[in-house]
Design a protein. Structure first.
Length: 361
């Protein structure tokens, strides 16, 4: 009989998704302090209803609707755009989340097909969008583009792209899983950004550090139809109030910190680049996220990270990804409260130690 070895205790972590601030007792204690904790479970005064109204107002949309996952919310949005326009295709960047991480549910569940737009290592351009060779129901933008370091198009370029797509009769949809972070780059109100898009999805647990869940926002008629699709797909969860409470807490206490997180990301990246053993993408983060590229393979980096965690309790990343260049890897940094505990020079020293351990292994 064998047993799994105990996992090393994480005492500090660069990752926003480390369990430090997500342990049940920590989360529940925080939620019990909220006034909405005594709200009714159902009805217009419930925590969920309050959350939906608040996000609708924040995004300048007529209505917003909770979904148990962003996967469901986005597929429903694209399905509705397809049904409305009689077109089965949607266009998006080659690294969009729906194609990379959702088992092609847009096709298997909804019968949609995906049209790749642009270069996988660069942002979509207006020229790329103008070159789409078939009529599509919708175009999806991910702001920021996570897989290429959290890059964002400039505001005028984004508006030009939107106009180009609208001229073809296609809808515009925002994968705003990290819209809360993207706003720190555009420095415009959320409703001004959201106004560019027919439908907007936002995450309740990534930047906001909630438990889980998503919200889809649009005009009232679109959200009424989305509510039917949510029921059909098994997403009608009457007792999701803990997710609503956690999201409301994030809106109150985490969202106002996004600019500080962005500034700290810039400082961390500057220290890493100055040290010289690693390189960040982008060199200057546009949002509170960026990628760190290391001159070692991902298996060696992961093993060195495991040993560092065992010895020091310091956790740098949840995983690494390979890069087109052999013998190199990269990991993602999303700056939140956890990462704020790391001074820039300290992080540069930790990454150097990690690389040296990986090379010596």
């Amino acid at each position: 009989m064998t047993t799994d070895a105990p996992r090393p205790e994480i005492r500090r972590s660069l990752s926003s998704h480390a369990p430090l601030r997500r342990k049940p007792r920590v989360v529940l204690a925080r939620l019990m302090e909220r006034p909405e904790a005594d709200a009714p479970v159902y009805g217009p005064d419930s925590a969920m209803a309050l959350l939906e109204r608040r996000i609708a107002e924040l995004l300048g949309k007529e209505r917003a609707l909770f979904f148990p996952s962003g996967t469901m919310a986005q597929q429903v949005a694209l399905r509705m755009h397809a049904e409305m326009r009689g077109r089965r295709g949607f266009a998006a960047h080659p690294t969009n989340h729906l194609d990379l991480w959702e088992q092609q549910g847009y096709d298997v569940v909804h019968g949609l097909h995906y049209v790749r737009v642009g270069d996988a290592n660069e942002l979509m351009t207006t020229e790329d969008l103008a070159g789409i060779g078939e009529p599509v129901a919708a175009v999806l933008w991910e702001l920021p583009q996570r897989e290429i370091g959290g890059l964002l198009p400039e505001w005028d370029e984004l508006r030009e792209q939107i106009a180009t797509v609208r001229s073809t009769g296609a809808a515009t949809h925002l994968d705003g899983a990290r819209l809360w972070e993207a706003q720190t780059f555009y420095e415009r109100p959320f409703d001004e950004i959201a106004a560019l898009f027919d439908t907007v999805y936002v995450s309740l647990y990534k930047g906001l550090q909630g438990i889980r869940g998503a919200v889809l926002a649009s005009d009232a008629a679109t959200i009424a139809e989305a509510e039917v699709w949510r029921w059909r797909l098994g997403g009608q969860i009457p007792d999701a109030w803990p997710l609503a409470l956690a999201a409301l807490d994030g809106l109150d206490n985490v969202l106002p910190r996004m600019a500080a997180f962005r500034d700290h990301a810039v400082a961390l990246a500057a220290a890493l680049n100055a040290d010289g053993i690693a390189t960040t993408v982008p060199l200057v983060p546009q949002t509170p996220m960026f990628h760190v590229h290391l001159p070692v393979g991902r298996r060696a980096a992961s093993e060195a990270s495991r040993v560092l965690l065992e010895e020091t309790g310091t956790h740098l990343f949840g995983g690494t990804g390979s890069t087109p260049l052999p013998g190199r890897c990269a990991f993602e940094v999303s700056v939140g409260e956890n990462a704020m505990e790391f001074e820039p020079e300290e992080l540069a020293g930790l990454v150097r130690e990690l690389v040296e351990r990986a090379k010596a292994a």
